[in-house]
Ligand binder design. Structure first.
Ligand code: FPP
Length: 238
């Protein structure tokens, strides 16, 4: 069975998980971090080299101030508490999203995590934080426009491959499989460029309930998909 080499996850449903238990939304996000920890381990055990997780979108700033602080706090706790274990296990941490929009303490923390783990290669964990695809694509276009104005790049040099090198995911293989929990079936501004040929799997459970067996089921579903990348299947050619 073909396995994905890059899985990306939209971790949705923390709020509804908490509500169903009569708990505050913050409790759902805390349980979401636990699910993230379990999932990083499980993805590693499945031999999948790349994992990207959508932790905070550029649109999440419009949530109530207290929820935004909870999410920023959880990111700090996650990095502080889990970094040593991730590093020990050979996990490289990379962060995508707009760094400029983050306060300097968080920016420093993210940079330290990336620097500490830069030489690890057992698995790469990409955290999408203050990330939105349209913002990423617009920032890439702005960089190219600035270079063009300085005559450092010309229009004829811009191809899908060269453009991709200006995205936050430069050098990262496209996700093969995108999993979204929580029941909604959309991409919500996540990896729009990179998802061109990704297989999508929607898990009905809320993110805090996502288990290793849900992961294995998604990988198995992926294994049964016919990926043609815009071509026709070999046996369809007459
Ligand atoms: C969606 O649930 C989830 C998020 C907005 C954030 C995902 C965050 C985590 C899993 C925990 C934080 C992890 C780090 C590393 C910061 P939702 O609140 O939209 O749930 P709902 O759709 O049920 O309201």
């Amino acid at each position: 069975m073909t396995k994905p080499s890059h899985i990306a996850i939209i971790m949705d449903g923390n709020g509804r998980w908490a509500k169903a238990r009569g708990l505050p939304r913050a409790a759902g996000h805390r349980a979401g971090v636990e699910a993230l920890r379990r999932t990083v381990r499980a993805v590693g055990e499945q031999g999948v080299a790349w994992l990207t997780c959508y932790a905070f979108s550029s649109e999440n700033w419009s949530r109530p101030q207290s929820e935004v602080s909870d999410l920023l706090g959880l990111l700090k706790i996650f990095i502080r508490r889990d970094l040593a274990e991730l590093h020990q296990n050979g996990v490289r941490v990379r962060v995508i999203g707009d760094r400029k929009g983050l306060k300097s303490d968080i920016r420093t923390l993210l940079e330290e995590a990336e620097a500490l783990t830069a030489d690890n290669d057992a698995m790469i964990l990409i955290i999408a934080f203050n990330y939105g695809s349209r913002d990423e694509i617009a920032r890439a276009a702005a960089k190219i426009a600035r270079m063009a104005a300085n005559q450092e790049i010309s229009a004829s040099q811009i191809t899908p491959e060269t453009f991709a090198a200006f995205l936050d995911t430069a050098g990262v293989p496209d996700p093969d499989l995108i999993i979204r929990t929580g029941g909604d079936q959309r991409l919500s501004n996540f990896l729009l460029w990179q998802a061109a040929y990704a297989e999508l799997v929607f898990a009905p459970c809320f993110w805090p309930d996502f288990t290793e067996s849900d992961l294995v089921a998604a990988i198995e579903e992926f294994g049964g998909r016919d990926r043609r990348f815009g071509k026709v299947a070999a046996d369809a050619v007459s």
